[in-house]
Design a protein around this ligand. Structure first.
Ligand SMILES: [Mg+2]
Ligand SMILES: [Zn+2]
Length: 188
């Protein structure tokens, strides 16, 4: 009996592994997850726009892994350094943890627009690295952002993009964007 139980548990685990789809939400930071303070350099300035926490909770509850991909050319421009960015992201994680929201990984591009790197959005570098690190493909992800660069990145890696903004076809806020993302990757 015990053996049979163990066997069926193992079968179930295998089934889960194969059939429960991994879902990744690739999230822009400034203007999407937090209010865009333009070259934010102080953790005390972190502020969530309306709908952001609710949207992240929705994504979490729908089984998404949250991944942050952010251009931070303020580093190349000398406005702040890597250590400051690290402090900001530590605080951000802390604030989200208080809401039981976990960010699985944060990728940032520190370069300026003229450096020709392959990670500054809309270039695909950060998401390609995330795909390797977290082992997912374009059909398992969705990108949420507020800029041309975010949508360009989505296109470059073959992931559907949801844009937050006032324009036509845009989600009005993060919560609406999150609901759209959930509908896009609905498996059943
Ligand atoms: Mg943005
Ligand atoms: Zn870069």
């Amino acid at each position: 009996m015990a053996n049979r139980t163990r066997e069926s548990a193992r079968r179930e685990a295998n089934w889960m592994e194969k059939h429960v789809q991994k879902k990744i939400a690739l999230l822009d930071r400034d203007g999407t997850m937090i209010v865009d303070k333009v070259y934010l350099s102080d953790p005390d300035e972190i502020e969530f726009p309306s709908g952001a926490l609710e949207g992240m909770r929705l994504l979490r509850d729908e089984g998404f892994t949250l991944v942050l991909v952010t251009n931070q050319s303020g580093i190349a421009r000398g406005f702040f350094d890597e250590e400051t960015l690290e402090r900001i992201h530590r605080r951000l994680r802390q604030m989200l943890a208080e809401q039981q929201i976990d960010i699985a990984a944060i990728y940032h591009c520190p370069h300026g627009p003229d450096e020709g790197c392959d990670c500054r959005k809309p270039s695909p570098g950060m998401v390609k690295t995330a795909m390797r690190d977290l082992d997912f493909g374009p059909d398992q992800a969705v990108m949420i952002g507020d800029s041309d660069a975010d949508m360009g990145l989505a296109k470059a890696v073959g992931v559907p993009g949801v844009r937050i903004g006032a324009g036509q076809g845009c989600a009005r806020d993060f919560l609406e964007a999150a609901a759209l993302a959930c509908a896009m990757l609905k498996t059943d």
